[in-house]
Design a protein around this ligand. Structure first.
Ligand SMILES: [Zn+2]
Length: 349
């Protein structure tokens, strides 16, 4: 028996030295084992060669069966491992450099995004209204995530009182336009995306032309006049809107997209509250990290909407109460008597 093992060892040892293919070595091993078994079947029990090679064919058959079982088990394990890998791990076919593939690798391995989703993000155009508390994290995560074209409109300049929460701006940029600061921060974060800065207030004269250029709008502005204008323009253009708002310790966000079902912003908030009832951040204060939470949620919802992943905030208003560490989810509904969308979203299934 030792002789047979020595011969198998020689096949693999000499094969390794001569760099013979593994397949050839396996064939030689099986031929050798075949000859051994044949020897046991043909020769009488007391034959010296048969005695020297183990004495019984069943022993060799058992060894071969054990080998086949081990190989089969490892094959099954490999198949199972392959099955738990995300379905879509292929890289985008075109349009990405090696550097970008490395940058977006953690997205590409997500089943819900993958290579196709990342290419969709690269081709997407998202407008962010306001480069303030909500706009800061939203802009940074959209850029980091690889949204190819990002617009930002804001007429304000960076002020020292912004820096407690508007994390896209830097101390050295106080006094410069917020959109210029945002552009610099984003290009430093991800030079592979385009940022279109608009240093002006969003007015009815420019809203329609501007919003028509984008696939999605994120509204993080700080006044109701702009909020309603953004909603009206988005409804007219059929562009989905993700709007967030903050006060002191509480934030909220929702998706308003009647063209594809659900309410518009005016369905849920029919009238702006009297100015003295809803104080601004400047009047009432706001916890520094709160816009970070809500603005980041807006960016997550934007990504999900763009790549069509999961369940979004259509017909829902998500409220986050930071002071008590609670979230609430309110059902919202399109209204047939809404003067902006006329309940268009009620008829979309
Ligand atoms: Zn409406």
């Amino acid at each position: 028996m030792i002789m047979v093992f020595a011969m198998i060892g020689a096949i693999w040892g000499i094969g390794a030295v001569m760099k013979a293919p593994r397949r050839g070595r396996w064939i030689m091993t099986f031929v050798l084992l075949g000859v051994v078994i044949l020897t046991h079947l043909v020769l009488p029990a007391d034959n010296a060669l048969r005695q020297a090679t183990g004495g019984d064919a069943r022993l060799w058959l058992l060894l071969i069966a054990a080998g086949i079982l081990i190989k089969g088990y490892s094959l099954i394990l490999r198949r199972l491992k392959a099955r738990v890998q995300p379905v879509e791990t292929q890289a985008p076919r075109k349009g990405f450099t090696e550097t970008e593939l490395t940058r977006y690798a953690r997205h590409i391995m997500l089943r819900e995004i993958g290579g196709t989703g990342q290419a969709t993000l690269q081709g997407a155009r998202v407008l962010v209204v306001g480069a303030g508390g909500l706009g800061s994290p939203a802009l940074m995560y959209l850029a980091a995530s690889g949204v190819g074209t990002i617009g930002v409109i804001d007429d304000d300049d960076v002020d020292a009182s912004n820096l407690q929460r508007q994390v896209i701006h830097r101390d050295a940029w106080i006094g410069t336009p917020k959109v210029a600061a945002a552009k610099q921060a984003i290009l430093e974060l991800n030079p592979h995306v385009k940022l279109r800065p608009y240093h002006r207030r969003l007015t009815p004269e420019i809203a329609a032309d501007l919003i028509a250029d984008f696939d999605l709008v994120l509204d993080g502005c700080d006044n109701f006049e702009t909020r309603y204008l953004v909603n009206e323009t988005c409804v007219a253009a059929g562009v989905p809107l993700i709007a967030g708002a903050l006060t002191q310790w509480e934030g909220q966000l929702g998706l308003y997209d009647p063209a594809r079902g659900g309410p518009c912003f005016a369905c849920v908030f029919p009238a702006a509250p009297a100015p003295d009832l809803v104080p601004t951040c400047a009047e009432a204060g706001v916890a520094g990290p709160l816009p970070g939470v809500v603005g980041s949620m807006m960016a997550v919802e934007a990504l999900k909407l763009l790549v069509d992943a999961g369940t979004g905030l259509r017909n829902r208003l998500l409220i986050y109460d930071a002071l008590y560490a609670e979230t609430r989810d309110m059902k919202t509904k399109a209204r047939a008597d809404c003067p902006v969308c006329q309940g268009r979203g009620l008829h979309v299934t």
